[in-house]
Each structure stands twice: as structure tokens, then as C-alpha cells.
Design a protein around this ligand. Structure first.
Ligand code: SF4
Length: 270
């Protein structure tokens, strides 16, 4: 089987425990205003940076090492991806690391994801899936036995605001998280924190109230950063934020303390 991969990042230390290889699968049904990987949103197409300079020579594709600066998105087979992952297996074993499947939204390519997970488990590689949770439950159910840890994003509790700033309702996301927790899977909830969007007390209180019913390993608060801003220009896309949406340290600490007081293990950063 094959799928579209936008990047394979080796020696990653923010996408789960230990040293990891993160495989970014292309395509996402959300369109978050703060997304720093806009090249991963469009499914099944190769994205060209600086489209206007393209002369259709095809060199970017033939030379692509999965993280070329000129393009994002390459059709790879399961064997191609596994070969790349297994290059660092020794580091996984020594550091307690493994592979993380991220995106975009990895469930946009569920069959490909499943095949990769099955192969990784049979090679005894620790597996993490980093998801927005926006996918039919049957997709999650189909791969759950091959995943050691889920990184699960919760963005905004108010459904109207969620719809406005991500393009989708959060109903299915919250429902899937609840179901996943009932299967006793290991879950770390990740909350991207964006000033003026979800860092208000009301949203944090609602998040805490919802998460109290969920079994979690912990919570990671991921402060907004503007590193993706430049990519929007290169992809001829509109960036809707100003770049000044990183919450102040004092706000992040106060939010961290709110989660701690509610009994959660929480850290700032991935
Ligand atoms: S869910 Fe993640 S990849 Fe998808 S648009 Fe939002 S931030 Fe970007």
C-alpha cells in the first residue's frame, strides 16, 4: 500500500517519549487559524512552495528526501516509510522512543496508517498517534490495538468558537476522546494555547470539567508560535493571525496551576 507523506522527521523529542521518528501524513479536515503546518492540510496533492517559480522539471520530486524546502507531499509505500523508521531503531531502544504518526490528521489515511502501525508493532517499535480526534469512531477503533500512546488535541470547548476557528464542530472530537478513554488507552491531551482564542478562564474551566471524566497520562500545553507564518506566504495562503498570539508566561503558568489544582499532571511544551 502507499500514501502521501509530507515529511519524515528523525530525532524528534517533542512527539512522545524518548527519541522518535515522526511521520507526517498529508491531509487534514480542519483548518485551524493558528496551524503551523499549512502544507499538510490539502490531502493527496503535492504542495509546491514558490509555485510561481516552478518550471515543471520534476527535480523536487525525484530529489525529495521527505523534508525538502521546495515541496511537501510524496507518495511512499509502507516499505519506504518502514525503511526510514527502522534506521533509528537502535536509538528508540536506548531512549524508550519509537515512531509517531502525525499530520495533518493521520486518520485522513486510515488504511495506510493501520498498515504502518501493524508493521511497526510486529517490529516491536513503540507507536504514538498524534490526532485532532476528528474522524469517525470506526477509524480509531480499527487501529487502537496497535497504538501505545495517543497524543490527542483539545482546542476550544465552545462549539461555535471551535467551528469558527477550526472549520469543524468539536462534538465528534470530544465524543471520540471519551470513548478512547473507556478503552483504557494511554492518552496525553495536548492543548495549543493561543492568546485571545482559548486562553480565557471560561474555556480552561470548561476543559478541566470535561477532562475530569477522562483517564489521562497527562496534559501538554503547547504555546502558540509563529514559525508557520512564513509558509503561508510561500504557499500563497492567507494567515489570519498577527503573529502576536503567544500567551504571556504569567498566563501560561496560571493555566498550568489551574490544571494542577484539578489533579492533572501538566507540563508546558510537548
Ligand atoms: S488540526 Fe493540526 S494540522 Fe490540522 S489544521 Fe489544525 S493545527 Fe493544522
Amino acid at each position: 500500500m502507499d500514501g502521501i507523506v509530507s515529511n519524515i522527521q528523525r530525532f524528534s523529542i517533542h512527539d512522545g517519549p524518548g527519541i522518535r521518528t515522526t511521520v507526517f501524513l498529508k491531509g487534514c479536515p480542519l483548518s485551524c487559524w493558528w496551524c503551523h503546518n499549512p502544507e499538510n492540510i490539502q490531502p493527496f496533492v503535492q504542495e509546491l512552495y514558490y509555485q510561481e517559480r516552478c518550471v515543471n522539471c520534476g527535480n523536487c520530486d525525484s530529489l525529495c528526501n521527505y523534508n525538502a524546502r521546495e515541496s511537501a507531499g510524496k507518495r511512499l509505500t509502507t516499505e519506504d516509510v518502514l525503511k526510514e523508521i527502522k534506521k533509528d531503531q537502535i536509538f528508540f531502544e536506548e531512549s524508550g522512543g519509537g515512531v509517531t504518526f502525525s499530520g495533518g490528521e493521520p486518520f485522513m489515511q486510515t488504511e495506510f496508517l493501520k498498515e504502518l502501525l501493524v508493521e511497526c508493532k510486529s517490529a516491536d517499535i513503540h507507536t504514538v498517534v498524534d490526532t485532532s480526534g476528528f474522524t469517525p469512531w470506526k477509524n480509531i477503533e480499527s487501529i487502537v490495538d496497535y497504538v501505545d500512546l495517543f497524543l490527542y488535541d483539545i482546542k476550544i470547548m465552545d462549539n461555535f468558537q471551535h467551528l469558527k476557528f477550526t472549520g469543524v464542530s468539536n462534538n465528534i472530537i470530544l465524543d471520540n476522546l471519551y470513548r478512547l478513554s473507556n478503552l483504557n488507552k494511554k492518552i496525553i491531551v495536548r492543548i495549543p494555547l493561543i492568546k485571545g482564542f482559548n486562553d480565557n478562564e471560561s474555556n480552561i474551566k470548561k476543559t478541566i470539567s470535561f477532562l475530569k471524566g477522562i483517564q489521562l497520562v497527562g496534559i501538554d500545553i503547547l504555546p502558540y508560535h509563529k514559525m508557520g507564518m512564513e509558509k503561508y506566504k510561500r504557499l500563497n495562503m492567507t494567515y489570519k493571525l498577527t503573529g502576536d498570539e503567544k500567551p504571556r508566561e504569567i498566563v501560561m503558568e496560571s493555566i498550568q496551576n489551574m490544571f494542577k489544582s484539578a489533579g492533572f499532571k501538566v507540563k508546558i511544551g510537548g
